[in-house]
Design a protein around this ligand. Structure first.
Ligand code: MV4
Length: 446
């Protein structure tokens, strides 16, 4: 087993990983930037090493500095968390060369899923349904026009180097294609240094439903059912739940089987997520594979009764999976509490937490790194807490969430708490009849 784990991250996920490691008897090393000296992950780890100035590029993305911290502390493994270096194939490779276990898939798996067009072809070859569109990238505007006519408008142009909504263009009709093709290529080139794009038929009013997968180094692959992630704003998820309110046993079996096939076909190891678009007829299409643990992993943990971070550490050490594929046990919902003002277009609101009360009681979990007197630095992500509830039914999980949101006090900064309080009494949310466009087309305050 791993003896000493370095956590190459900050905030709530760093704390979450320290907690999982400690329960397994694994020693922990925190790394931190100059802006994070007063962070809880620094206090709760067995050791802590400063790796650079506040800017992410100079600290949490600084590979030589992180590897040096692992070497001076004699760590034997690195957990990258999510964001930062979590899906950086070069980092995974350097860990391997430095005799450090990277808690995640191989550099090769990361690379194969990082190019979105290659990922799509790989999944299609494995028998996973994909959105009709170009075979690989479109080589020219003529190629683009031909494919778009063939699949029918509207279509989407997507950057092969993109993902999560970056480098995407909606194309309503043939008259818009020339301009959209040029801007998509230009944006992708500027953002990723790779202007290549591919085309897909546009799926109307889709839901974003993803399947959690897990694989060990012995050829065992399981799925842990779905998470519903359609409540998003500008491609930022705000509420997630497991199971999805639209799921049927048949659809779950079909999506789960597709996810396992896809995972097997890339020789995957560790925790991964297969993202699907689901249309109103409950057809599902592969979108992307995330080769990391995700922010919303707690809803799967609470729905299934497993510790996914511990499972990552177990399979990274070369041991067999200890979790089993099975139906969901409980319903779980997560609200992301961000330091943002929902009344001012979700503008960031960093600053000092003057007073704080976390909710508690049965069926309530808070994953957070904040404390009274803590100052949220302006340099990083605005998420300050995840509030998770779980109960036998969705109705009960929502009731618990309302009660927990009422107990949650954060003073000194603006947060998304008022948004969540409103959503938990929203009739479309309660009915489960929302798609990915919901927050961009409905005023949450109404
Ligand atoms: C789509 C789509 C409709 N049709 N692809 C957005 C995130 C990126 N991973 C892919 N996205 C979409 N791809 C086709 N062919 C609609 C979206 C989309 C979306 C997807 C998931 C969650 C929220 C979304 C919000 C707007 C658009």
């Amino acid at each position: 087993m791993i003896k000493k784990l370095l956590i190459a991250n900050r905030g709530e996920i760093a704390l979450r990983i320290i907690r999982a490691a400690r329960e397994l008897g694994i020693r922990t090393v925190a790394v931190y930037s100059e802006a994070d000296r007063a962070s809880l992950h620094v206090r709760f780890a067995d050791e802590a090493v400063c790796i650079g100035p506040a800017a992410g590029k100079l600290s949490y993305l600084n590979i030589p500095s992180i590897i040096a911290a692992a070497e001076v502390t004699n760590a034997d493994a690195i957990h990258p968390g999510y964001g930062f270096l979590a899906e950086n194939a070069t980092f995974a490779e350097i860990c391997l060369e430095s005799n450090l276990t990277f808690v995640g898939p191989s550099a090769d798996s990361i690379n194969r899923m990082g190019n979105k067009s290659v990922a799509k072809e790989t999944m299609q070859a494995a028998g996973v349904p994909v959105v009709p569109g170009s075979e690989g990238i479109v080589e020219s505007i003529d190629d683009a026009r031909r494919v778009a006519e063939q699949v029918g408008y509207p279509v989407m142009l997507k950057a092969v180097a993109g993902g999560g909504g970056k480098g995407m263009r909606y194309v309503e009709t043939a008259a818009d294609l020339d301009r959209a093709y040029a801007t998509a290529r230009g944006e992708a080139e500027a953002a990723f240094g790779n202007g290549d794009v591919y085309i897909e038929k546009f799926i109307e009013e889709p839901r974003h439903i993803e399947i959690q997968v897990f694989a060990d180094a012995h050829g065992n692959v399981v799925h842990l059912n779905e998470r519903e992630c359609s409540i998003q704003r500008r491609h930022q998820k705000l509420i997630e739940e497991a199971p999805s309110p639209i799921m049927t046993p048949e659809l779950r079996a079909a999506m789960g089987e597709a996810a396992v096939k896809g995972t097997r076909s890339v020789d995957y190891r560790g925790a991964g997520t297969i993202e699907f678009l689901v249309d109103k007829h409950r057809n599902f299409y592969f979108m992307e594979m995330n080769t990391r643990i995700q922010v919303e992993h707690p809803v799967t943990e609470q729905s299934m009764g497993y510790d996914l971070i511990q499972e990552q550490l177990i399979v990274a050490a070369g041991e067999r999976l200890t979790i089993q594929q099975k139906d969901p046990v409980l319903h779980s919902i997560e609200c992301r509490i961000n330091a943002e003002d929902p009344y001012k277009d979700f503008r960031p609101s960093p600053g000092r937490i003057e007073s704080l009360n976390f909710p508690g009681g049965p069926g309530v979990r808070v994953d957070s790194h904040i404390y009274q007197g803590y100052t949220i630095p302006p340099h990083y992500d605005s998420m300050v807490a995840k509030l998770i509830t779980f109960a036998p039914t969705r109705t009960e999980a929502i009731a618990k969430m309302r009660r927990a949101l009422d107990e949650f006090v954060i003073e000194g900064i603006e947060t998304t708490l008022p948004f969540h309080r409103k959503m938990m009494v929203n009739k479309d949310f309660i009915a489960g009849t929302f798609d990915t466009k919901y927050l961009d087309t409905h005023d949450w305050k109404a």
